[in-house]
Structures are given as structure tokens and as C-alpha cells.
Design a protein around this ligand. Structure first.
Ligand code: NAD
Length: 295
């Protein structure tokens, strides 16, 4: 049985690791949060005392951390890469700056450690259901080695290009997600302010030309859809501060390539305002509340 070291068991990493356990892999888990570790131990995983302890004897290492500084902090500043044996497959599924991903890839490659960046799309529901989309950057041979494991956690697997390309594609996707979540919130607010029922309006737009993923899977208006963050006071899900981070990454990429990203810029500012008002930990669909409070 292959042993997988899994580092970062938050909203996404926890259910992803649980799916690997269900598929019969041995999972050695490490997280700074004991509560997250307790949950994965209850699901059949092994608690590691540190990241170094987690990778000892593992054939595969997966990380699912918040941002670039955590990934560079773990592998490079924290020197975890030096504890990983050559030939061990490393997959970082966090959404981070393409430059950070390339930095870690380069250090790994120099030590004979194959690596892919494999950020995901599909949200916490996709992580729990094992239906995530993996957007992979790195060598095709490394993706092929990872594929049987990725298939236990997701249903769509794309090769975006070389090292860091998975992150570039993910950043573009999330900029578009932020824009259509804000647009959806604005349309719902407008309809309700003019006497419409938000559920009726959502049903209409979902199958009309305004249809999009936010309407289909993640309605931001409380009570319209069951089992989404909006219907549990915007708890769980994908945090406002994580979306703000991704929009910052999109703006950095736009600067580097002199790309015009007008709506992406507005989206970043709206999420910054929303976070600045104390909503950083809420789910990103809570942008509906900001739109509601606009003059
Ligand atoms: P999260 O904050 O819920 O989980 C991150 C986990 O990493 C936490 O449990 C934290 O304790 C742990 N951690 C941080 N530093 C660590 C370290 N040095 N060693 C060990 N553990 C450490 O975040 P999440 O929602 O699971 O998101 C993880 C990544 O996935 C982010 O990059 C995010 O942008 C991306 N993502 C999230 C979603 C979503 O819907 N939540 C969807 C797609 C992609």
C-alpha cells in the first residue's frame, strides 16, 4: 500500500485526504491545527508530529496550504525538501503565485524530486464528493504518475503546461469566478429590490443567458439553495481572504504581462473592502452582503 504524506487538512485538504483513505491509501497527516488532525485520525489516518515526520517513509507528498508564503515556508525556509527522498512524488495543490511554484519546482528538481503544481477547482463540496478539477503544471510524466491518486480526489484532470502553468490557469479561473459571483449578487439584489423572489429570479437566470456556476452551484442569496455557505450564514466554503489572495495573484500576473484586467481590478477592490469590514473568514459568496449594503 502506498503511503501518502498529506500536509494541510483545512476545508479542502481534510476531505481530500479522507477520499484517499477511502480509496485504500495510508495517509500520514500533518496540520498546525489539532482539530483538523483529530478529524483525519478519526477517518483512519495517522497523526504525524511534524511535516518532517509525515514525509518519512512516504512515497508521495501532497500539500494543501493557504498561500505562497506557507508553501515556500514549508518546503524551502522550513527545509522540508531536504527531508524528502529523491524520487518521491510531490504535489502541491494550494493556489499560490506561479513564481513561488516555479521556485519550489526548481529546488525539488535539483534534488531529484519530481513535482507538479496541481491547484484545484470545485469548492469544498467537490472536495468532499471527490469531483474536483485538477489543473496541473509540470512534466507530463510526473502528471501520469500522479493521475491514479488525483483520480481518487477529482474527476477532471488537465495538463496546463510546464511548472507553474497550473497556477496561472487557476488564477485566471478564480478571477472569472469572483467577477461572476459579484455580478450574480448584484443581479439578485436588483431583482429583490424591485419586488422579485430571489429563488424565482435565480431559477430564471440559471437557465437563461445569465446562467453561471455561482447560480448553478453556489447561490449567494441565503435560503435559495440548500447546502451552500449562503444558507449557513456564509460559514465554511472558500474564505473571502483566500479569494482576495487569488485576485491579488491575478493582478500581479496582469502587471507582469501588461494585461488589462479591469473587472478583475474592481473585483479585487470589492473583496478588499469586504475583508476590511471584518468578513475575511466568511465564505466568498458573502460579497452579497456588501452589495446589499451599498448606497
Ligand atoms: P484552510 O485555511 O481551510 O486550510 C489550510 C490549512 O493549512 C489549515 O488547516 C492550516 O492549519 C494549515 N496550515 C497552514 N500552514 C501550515 C503548515 N506550515 N504546516 C501544516 N499545516 C499548515 O484553506 P482551504 O480552504 O482548505 O484552502 C487551501 C488552498 O486551496 C488555498 O490555497 C485555497 O486558495 C485553495 N482552494 C480553496 C477552495 C475552497 O473552496 N476552500 C477551493 C479551491 C482552492
Amino acid at each position: 500500500m502506498q503511503t501518502i504524506a498529506f500536509i494541510g487538512l483545512g476545508h479542502m485538504g481534510g476531505p481530500m485526504a479522507a477520499n484517499l483513505l477511502k480509496a485504500g491509501y495510508a495517509v500520514r497527516a500533518f496540520d498546525l491545527s489539532q482539530a483538523s488532525l483529530d478529524a483525519i485520525v478519526a477517518a483512519g489516518g495517522t497523526r504525524a508530529a511534524s511535516a518532517q515526520d509525515a514525509v518519512a517513509g512516504a512515497q508521495v507528498v501532497i500539500s494543501m496550504l493557504p498561500a505562497s508564503q506557507h508553501v515556500e515556508g514549508l518546503y524551502l525556509d522550513g527545509k522540508l525538501i531536504e527531508s524528502i527522498l529523491p524520487g518521491t512524488l510531490v504535489m502541491d495543490c494550494s493556489t499560490i503565485a506561479p513564481e513561488s511554484a516555479r521556485k519550489v519546482h526548481a529546488v525539488a528538481a535539483a534534488r531529484g524530486i519530481p513535482m507538479i503544481d496541481a491547484p484545484v477547482s470545485g469548492g469544498t463540496a467537490g472536495a468532499a464528493a471527490g469531483t474536483l478539477t485538477f489543473i496541473v503544471g509540470g512534466e507530463v510524466a510526473n502528471l501520469e504518475r500522479a493521475r491514479p491518486i488525483l483520480e481518487k480526489m477529482g474527476k477532471n484532470i488537465f495538463h496546463a503546461g510546464g511548472a507553474g502553468a497550473g497556477q496561472v490557469a487557476k488564477i485566471c479561473n478564480n478571477m472569472l469566478l469572483a467577477i461572476h459571483m459579484i455580478g450574480t449578487s448584484e443581479a439578485l439584489s436588483l431583482g429583490v429590490a424591485n419586488g422579485l423572489d430571489p429563488k424565482v429570479l435565480s431559477d430564471i437566470m440559471r437557465v437563461s443567458s445569465g446562467g453561471n456556476w455561482s447560480l448553478e452551484k453556489y447561490n449567494p442569496w441565503p435560503g435559495v439553495m440548500e447546502n451552500v455557505p449562503a444558507s449557513r450564514e456564509y460559514e465554511g466554503g472558500f474564505g473571502v481572504d483566500l479569494m482576495l489572495k487569488d485576485l491579488g495573484l491575478a493582478m500581479e500576473a496582469a502587471m507582469a504581462s501588461k494585461s488589462a484586467t479591469l473587472l478583475g481590478g474592481v473585483a479585487r477592490n470589492l473583496y478588499a473592502m469586504h475583508s476590511g469590514r471584518g468578513n475575511g473568514k466568511k465564505d466568498f459568496s458573502s460579497i452579497q452582503q456588501l452589495i446589499e449594503k451599498m448606497p
